[in-house]
Design a protein around this ligand. Structure first.
Ligand code: NAD
Ligand code: WQD
Length: 333
């Protein structure tokens, strides 16, 4: 299939482009570069050994989307473009609703006009909110506790209603847990603007000396060692999940939801220890107060993706840390 990836030069989009192209699909990337760099296109081309089509555009520009969908004869779309920082979403709700919800409405409108009906949407485990039970399965109540999570749920609801309006639509919402790691080449990886919010990029930048130490947000949780636990998933496992999802949804109409996670969680201290092994570096750290809104522990029940998509994770925490370190070193080269 010819697949448009919105947010295609972003962290998950760039890795997904590699996996889709390597599996024989043709990818077209679109991005407004508000949180990624144009050189990612060349890096993807170097890994693939071929040219790829890139459009610098905003998903809120519906006319541009219609033109691209028609000109490029797109068969399916993976919608990754969006703003994703929970903390920032409290400070900039208008930006987040305009980009994440408005952008998705714009894309769906353009797809309707262009006659493209196959869509994979980047959702998030954040839609679940405080766990009523663990692991989260796809039937867990959705009650997001921040503007970003509400954006994701609202888009899911839009897509549910869109699929109900006409049986031509083939839509799947992928609820990612905590993507980390990088492509084995070390040529692409997570490259956040400014000081990162997420644990893995912070640890990586402490290891290279770009940050002085890791602040650990609390060690008094009821977890194995008191620090927060999360379901980390290698970004290449996640990319493979997109491949299986888009090939499945192309043959199944309606709107479907899948958790993409490993099904296990690791603590902050476990991740830091693995990263020290992978990098040979000591990570200076300091325990400070809990971060507002953090949950003690959450992880995925990913049986549905295994049952229907025949997908499950294959890479472990060590692979995640080693690949992140390779990427971080390459950035400094
Ligand atoms: P990212 O910021 O690296 O990638 C998003 C890309 O979208 C960036 O390249 C950015 O420039 C682009 N973009 C943003 N707004 C745009 C717009 N209006 N028009 C066109 N391009 C736009 O983030 P990521 O980690 O690759 O996340 C991709 C998607 O996955 C996002 O929708 C995010 O909410 C979702 N997600 C991410 C995580 C995570 O922890 N990384 C977890 C769950 C869900
Ligand atoms: C992981 C653990 C922190 C940084 C976020 C978003 C979620 C999704 C994935 C988009 C927690 C601890 C972190 C640090 C720390 N993104 N930590 N010091 O919060 O689980 O999920 O990213 O969809 O929506 O909420 O990920 O990496 O920020 O935190 O101690 O400097 O590491 O307390 O226990 P999180 P994270």
């Amino acid at each position: 299939m010819r697949i448009l990836l919105t947010g295609g030069t972003g962290y998950i989009g760039s890795h997904t482009a590699i996996t889709l192209s390597s599996a024989g699909h043709e990818v077209v990337l679109l991005d407004n570069l508000c949180n990624s760099q144009i050189d990612v296109v060349a890096r993807i081309e170097k890994i693939l050994g071929k040219k790829i089509v890139f459009y610098q555009a905003d998903v809120r520009d519906t006319d541009a989307l219609i033109a691209i969908l028609q000109t490029e004869k797109i068969d399916a779309v993976i919608h990754l473009a969006g703003l994703k920082a929970v903390g920032e979403s409290w400070q900039k709700p208008i930006d987040y609703y305009a980009c994440n919800v408005g952008g998705s409405i714009s894309l769906a409108s353009a797809m309707k006009v262009a006659g493209v009906r196959i869509l994979v949407f980047s959702s998030s485990a954040t839609v679940y909110g405080d766990p009523k039970y663990l692991p989260y399965d796809e039937e867990h109540p959705t009650s997001p506790t921040n503007p970003y999570g509400r954006n994701k749920l609202q888009v899911e609801q839009l897509l549910h209603d869109l699929a109900n309006s006409s049986d031509e639509w083939c839509i799947t919402c992928l609820r990612y847990f905590n993507p980390v790691g990088a492509h084995e080449s070390g040529l692409i990886g997570e490259n956040p603007n400014g000081i990162p919010n997420n644990l893995m990029p912070v640890v990586a930048q402490v290891a290279t000396g770009r940050l002085p130490l890791l602040n650990i947000y609390g060690n008094d949780y009821e977890t194995i060692d008191g620090t927060g636990m999360r379901d980390y998933i290698h970004v290449m496992d996640l990319a493979e999940g997109h491949l299986t999802a888009i090939e499945w949804i192309a043959k199944n109409n309606g709107c479907h939801y899948f958790n993409l996670g490993s099904g296990t969680s690791h603590s902050v201290l476990e991740l830091v220890s693995e990263f020290e092994k992978a990098s040979g570096k000591t990570i200076p750290r300091k325990v400070i107060s809990r971060r507002e809104g953090d949950l003690p522990n959450y992880y995925a029940q990913a049986d549905k993706a295994l049952r229907l998509l025949h997908w499950k994770t294959s890479r472990n925490l060590s692979d995640m840390c080693e690949s992140t370190w390779r990427w971080e070193q390459q950035r400094l080269a």
